[in-house]
Design a binder for this molecule. Structure first.
Ligand code: ZN
Length: 352
């Protein structure tokens, strides 16, 4: 019986072509920031810790809920019962998986004001991993990646579909080269309204972990930029070549990596603050675009109690909590403990 960590801990990985002892050493010295410890974050964190990544910074604003356990693999029933912050529960799990990994947890809602401090800090990470569930934070991460030249590994999953893309600032297209604008609130499905299969999450988080390991082991690697997409409903996988978007002449037209306008990081595109309105009620301000209320009502009706009128949709996510959404994308949330929870509910049901 061996008590101490064994020397052959990474033997099955370091034997791989392209890894070797040099790659394994690079992993032990690497620092990865994972933004969002939800479904994708859990899968990536687990794999990076097991692969021997030396330092992990975990950022998340939420607490563990029972409905997370179906796909968020770092958490257990006790975490849900005691409502542990995800960043803390994930850290405890990582320390049990690999005691040599240094883990810093930040319980925070990443935004344009704290983004540079939390993600870039005093020494730049080697890689950032997107485990978020809202578009504004995704575009903020893209700004951070391009501005500070930090590779970013994007991943998204909903229902049985997923996608993954690696952003290598300076040499390949950024998120805004591929998707110039975030889709509008109320027009995107969320995992809370459309559902999500744990198996689809595991595919995307594995693609993200593989991309992160590859970037760390082989940072100068010359790979064609691709967007990987799949749908398990039809068992269809495809890899879209993004080489054309990588051409400097094409990238020059991109607001972010061509013109260096970091609109999400500067706060120009940030959502206005949530305000207190009356006793125990928070107001989410109006968005840039109108919401299709009947569409919102029908997508939410599958998972929550809903009342719809011509003027508003009222959602009751749980007993004692009520969110009224208006056509201008404004919402009033009653019964939540704080504005962070009000914002999180909005992101969950209406979409960010
Ligand atoms: Zn770009």
């Amino acid at each position: 019986m061996a008590d101490a960590p064994s020397n052959d801990r990474y033997s099955r990985q370091s034997i791989l072509p392209g890894v070797g002892d040099t790659g394994q050493r690079a992993l032990s010295k690497a620092h990865a920031v994972v933004v969002g410890c939800g479904a994708l974050g859990c899968g990536v964190i687990d794999q990076l810790a097991r692969a021997g990544v030396g330092r992990l910074t975990l950022i998340d604003r939420d607490i563990v809920e029972w409905s997370n356990l179906q796909r968020q693999t770092l958490f257990d029933e006790e975490d849900a019962r005691s409502g542990q912050p995800k960043a803390i529960a994930a850290r405890r799990r990582v320390m049990a998986i690999n005691s040599t990994t240094k883990v810093v947890s930040e319980i925070a809602d990443l935004n344009f004001e704290n983004g540079e401090l939390l993600v870039v800090g005093e020494d730049k990470p080697d890689v950032m991993i997107d485990g978020t569930d809202n578009l504004e934070t995704r575009y903020l991460l893209n700004d951070l990646a391009v501005k500070h030249r930090i590779p970013l590994i994007y991943g998204g999953v909903i229902s049985r579909r997923g996608m993954q893309m690696t952003i290598r600032p300076g040499s390949g297209p950024c998120l805004r080269c591929v998707f110039p604008e975030p889709s509008r609130s109320g027009e995107t499905e969320t995992c809370d309204t459309a559902g999500v299969l744990g198996a689809a999450v595991a595919i995307v988080s594995s693609l993200q972990a593989a991309a992160a390991i590859d970037l760390i082991v082989n940072p100068a690697g010359d790979v064609n930029p691709v967007l990987i997409e799949f749908d398990l409903a039809t068992i269809r996988f495809r890899s879209i070549d993004l080489s054309k978007l990588a051409a400097p002449g094409v990238r020059a037209g991109c607001v972010c990596c061509g013109k260096c306008e970091f609109q999400f990081l500067s706060g120009e595109r940030a959502r206005p603050a949530v305000t207190l309105c009356g006793r125990g009620a928070f107001q989410i301000p109006a968005g840039a675009a109108q919401i299709d209320l009947s569409r919102l009502a029908s997508s939410v009706a599958r998972v929550s109690q809903v009342t719809a009128t011509e003027f508003f949709v009222r959602i009751v996510p749980r007993e004692g909590v009520e969110m009224t959404v208006f056509a201008d994308a404004r919402a009033v949330v009653r019964g939540t403990a704080n504005e962070g929870e009000a914002r999180a509910l909005y992101d969950r049901y209406v979409g960010a």
